[in-house]
Design a binder for this molecule. Structure first.
Ligand code: PEP
Ligand code: MG
Length: 354
């Protein structure tokens, strides 16, 4: 099994085996070398700091162990708490889990994304009607709007946990300013409910959005006035910008995550939020991909968030890259015409740093 290429070869020829062994050795050597960067500060070659945050899901102790190498949680996919159970988690159960993550990170930010269900993510404890186009359907924030009690329960649990750390609440699948205002309305309602019950929450909780639908990316200048921060979900942003199903392996060649259109769009979002003095980060797969990450930093991203497996690799990349070089890469890819030309260019420029 060639896990690097995602292939299973039945009865490989001897020369295939030899070639595979050589690649395997090189891969393991590179991984071992990358590991040395796990604990270093995420500094670029010119000293610029680019905080590296962690994406978490289950919030298991194993997952949270990467806390020591990261500057915060850039994406807490809370839907994992709802998965694999017969009943929805109660406010109390959620509060305990959120408290655990916030406590583990102390005063470092923990970005808790509210329930992002539907599309590819199903819940056994929630019967959802079958839809023709689930990725364009009643998912994530829309679903929460249609089930206010589920949404409010989660928001109350998160707010209650906020006294134990530095909580940033983030809404997924935001498509319009109405979505933002409506979601913030629910947050205010949840606060009022806690006040009625005499339960405390931190007044410093930040409120932000995921930018993963092109319509909100294109009004980022206006959205930036309504929230404290944004995080770019490049997995869905790619899917919706290029109109290609991210779950369909037959469409792999069309899922072009070096498409220059994406970098232009992301550049616009970063510029808009930066002009408002609001932080903007990335929490989709591109943040953990060294080629894309170099461009994202050059576009002005204030931090990168990724799964634990990518942390060492990205810190290694940053250590060899200057901000000036990253800016040059970013400017160039926005002028290139195709995905493959961007990829080739980045490989040629960055391979010595990988
Ligand atoms: C994204 O869409 O990029 C993202 C981070 O969210 P998810 O992968 O959970 O949809
Ligand atoms: Mg998403």
């Amino acid at each position: 099994m060639d896990a690097l290429e995602g292939a299973v070869i039945a009865e490989p020829a001897p020369e295939q085996k030899a070639e595979f062994a050589t690649r395997r050795e090189a891969f393991l050597a590179r991984r071992a070398q990358e590991k040395e960067f796990l604990g270093v500060e995420p500094r670029m070659a010119d000293g610029s700091l680019v905080p590296v945050h962690l994406n978490v899901g289950s919030a298991s102790s194993q997952e949270l162990a990467a806390e020591k190498y990261t500057s915060g949680v850039g994406l807490f996919r809370t839907e994992f708490i709802y998965m694999g159970r017969e009943q929805l988690p109660t406010e109390e159960e959620q509060y305990e889990i959120y408290k655990k993550v916030l406590t583990a990170f102390g005063d470092r930010p923990v970005t808790l994304r509210t329930l992002d269900i539907g599309g590819d993510k199903k819940l056994p404890c929630m019967e959802l009607p079958k839809e023709e186009n689930p990725f364009l359907g009643n998912r994530a924030l829309r679903l929460c709007f249609s089930m206010p009690e589920v949404f409010l329960t989660q928001l109350r649990a998160a707010l209650r946990a906020s006294v134990h750390g530095n909580l940033w609440i983030m809404f997924p699948m935001v498509g319009s300013l109405e979505d933002i205002r409506r979601a913030k309305g629910y947050l205010e309602q949840a606060k009022a409910q806690l006040e009625e019950r005499g339960l405390p929450y931190s007044p410093a909780v930040k409120v932000g959005i995921m930018v993963e639908i092109p319509s909100i990316a294109l009004v980022a200048d206006l959205a930036a006035k309504e929230v404290d921060f944004a995080s770019i979900g490049t997995n869905d942003l790619t899917q919706y910008s290029i109109a290609v199903d991210r779950m369909n392996p037959a469409l792999g060649e069309y899922y072009q995550n070096y498409h220059p259109a994406l970098f232009r769009l992301i550049g616009y979002v970063v510029k808009s939020f930066t002009q408002e003095g609001k932080p903007v980060s990335v929490c989709g797969e591109m943040g953990g991909d060294p080629l894309a990450a170099a461009v994202l930093v050059g576009l002005g991203m204030s931090k990168l968030s990724m799964g634990a497996a990518s942390v060492a690799r990205i810190k290694k990349l940053l250590s060899g890259l200057t901000m000036e070089k990253a800016r040059t890469l970013a400017a160039k890819v926005c002028t290139l015409p195709t995905n493959s030309q961007v990829e080739e260019y980045l490989k040629a420029e960055l391979s010595p740093l990988l």
